[in-house]
Design a protein around this ligand. Structure first.
Ligand code: AHR
Length: 525
């Protein structure tokens, strides 16, 4: 259920008027006794496709590399990802998944193939099933495997799952053991195809549905510990936007789900939505000003309408919200960096992206009853990445720090807030000045995440807290000198969080939010 208070706040925002300067203190109120849905930790999921340097160089350097590694996997990257508590990683694609044949990536020697989707480069398959599962083990995340529906077969996918999950001494299990892993793996999530309406085979909803039913029936997880509890969740291909062809797609899948029989089922419907503006992507990822800053943030806020639109369709066929909306590709998609291979989707990551990430995470949290999983695209060196690498060098992006600051929201309980946000205007773009969410973590501690979108004005926020007596409120704030400030290999600390303290004034907190900043605080009682 979308909290009424937030909706009222948005109406309030719309009638507040366009002026930026001269707007007073922003009032925010939270009543901790009014809680909403759980903010599933899986909305902080990641996506790692065989694309550019996302896997090779980004994760995998091979055991003989001079770059410190554990069984070929970079130690610096593992340490950084552990610190943001990555809940799950979607792999091996993306479009790559519908051309991936898992047997190319097991045993020795590996089958060398091509990657026609992404630059037509050689795919050595050195990073395959064993390496992916080892990587997950090292970072402490769950597997979200996308199986090949486009150019594979149900049998191929079923055998991959048997290879991964059976505890019985089948031929495939023996092969897994011979390849280094005796025990069955746990697979948390199964993606049945990727963008099957486009790069995944340009299917009609009806054709995809017939495939979905077959894959859902036959691609089984045999792991004994995943039979009753911790069952593998099956995620169907869902929409890629809000236009009629996507709403028809959601209608078709959900209508079929409503009447599904014992022989097939789904637990999630995927949705892909990039902040892109137009295709091909034309916004520059660096060296931009306030105009592009405000345009991109305006575009990203459309995620809320898109989620609402598809949630409304899902509600019609699944009022109990059994099927999650899984936003398993989201983030900013800009023009490739000049001089980079355009097929590698290389872009910089600025303070604007940190704010964009916070706004989207807030949207997912407000829709936490339906959005129970999301995967930012992509984890390393591709699109809106957490981490950039260049040989032995590694740098953490502004987006990384937002994920780190938001980690306490994983599995927290949403607390609705009322917010009179006001507006910030640049040219013909008007945005809320402030966006915020609140949640209680599993220990009952209250957390607030507040973003000041205005790149020029410090904003004072007065937060009234009902049901809690605050003794102190501290946390971190993330900002930088410019909207396009970046962290580089040579200057990695331009956009990093710094300590933040709110003033406690009786039952209220007074916060001074720096321009263009993301702030996360916890309240001590
Ligand atoms: O993330 C890059 C690509 O974007 C993915 O491979 C595809 O699913 C989407 O179109």
């Amino acid at each position: 259920m979308r909290p009424l208070l937030v909706s009222l706040a948005l109406i309030g925002m719309a009638i507040t008027g366009p002026a930026t300067a001269g707007q007073g203190v922003v009032e925010l109120s939270v009543d901790v006794s009014k809680t909403g849905a759980k903010i599933d930790r899986n909305i902080f999921g990641q996506f790692a496709e065989h694309l550019g340097h996302g896997i090779y160089d980004g994760i995998w350097v091979g055991p003989d590399s001079t770059i410190p590694n554990t069984r070929g996997i970079r130690n610096d990257v593992v340490d950084a990802l552990r610190a943001i508590r990555v809940p799950n990683v979607r792999w091996p694609g993306g479009c790559f998944a519908d051309e991936y044949h898992w047997r190319s990536g097991i045993g020795s020697p590996r089958v060398v193939t091509l990657n026609p989707n992404w630059g037509g480069v050689i795919e050595p398959n050195s990073f395959g099933t064993y390496e992916f599962m080892d990587f997950l083990d090292q970072i402490g995340a769950e597997a979200y495997i996308s199986v090949n529906v486009g150019s594979g077969t149900p049998r191929e996918a079923a055998e991959w799952l048997e290879y991964l999950t059976t505890a019985q001494p089948t031929t495939l299990a023996r092969e897994r053991a011979a390849n280094g892993h005796l025990a069955p793996y746990q697979i948390g999530f199964l993606g049945i195809g990727n963008e099957s309406w486009d790069c995944g085979g340009n299917m009609t909803p009806e054709y995809y549905l017939s495939q979905l039913k077959i894959y859902s029936r036959f691609v089984r997880n045999f792991n004994p510990v995943q039979q009753d509890k911790q069952q593998m969740l099956k995620i169907a291909v869902g929409p890629g936007g809000g236009e009629p062809r996507w709403t028809e797609w959601t209608e078709a899948i959900m209508r079929a789900y409503q009447h599904h029989t014992w022989s097939w089922d789904i637990d999630g419907l995927s949705m892909h939505s990039y902040t892109v503006g137009q295709w091909p992507p034309s916004f520059a990822s660096t060296n931009f000003g306030e105009a592009e800053y405000s345009q991109v943030l305006k575009l990203t806020l459309a995620m809320d309408d898109l989620v609402s639109k598809h949630s409304t369709i899902m509600d019609k066929y699944d009022p109990q919200k059994k099927v999650a909306l899984v936003v398993d590709e989201w983030g900013a998609w800009y023009a490739p960096l000049p001089g980079s291979n355009p097929g590698f989707l290389v872009q910089q990551n600025t303070l604007r992206d940190a704010i964009l990430a916070a706004l989207n995470l807030n949207i997912f949290a407000r829709h936490a009853d339906r959005v129970r999983m999301a995967n930012i695209a992509q984890m390393i060196n591709v699109l809106q990445a957490m981490i950039l690498t260049d040989k032995e060098k590694m740098v953490l992006t502004p987006t990384y720090y937002v994920f780190k600051m938001y980690a306490p929201f994983q599995d927290s309980t949403f607390v609705p807030i009322a917010l009179d946000a006001g507006t910030y205007t640049h040219g013909n773009i008007t945005l809320p000045r402030v966006d915020a969410i609140a949640a209680k973590d599993t220990t009952g501690k209250l957390w607030l995440a507040i973003t000041n979108l205005d790149p020029r004005q410090t904003i004072e926020v007065e937060a009234s807290l009902a049901g809690i007596t605050a003794k102190s409120a501290t946390g971190e704030t993330l900002t930088a000198p410019k909207v396009d400030s970046v962290n580089t290999f040579d200057a990695p600390n331009t956009v990093v969080p710094k300590p933040f303290t709110a003033e406690v004034q009786g039952a209220k907190l007074a916060l001074k939010l720096e321009p263009k900043s993301v702030t996360v605080i916890s309240v001590k009682q």
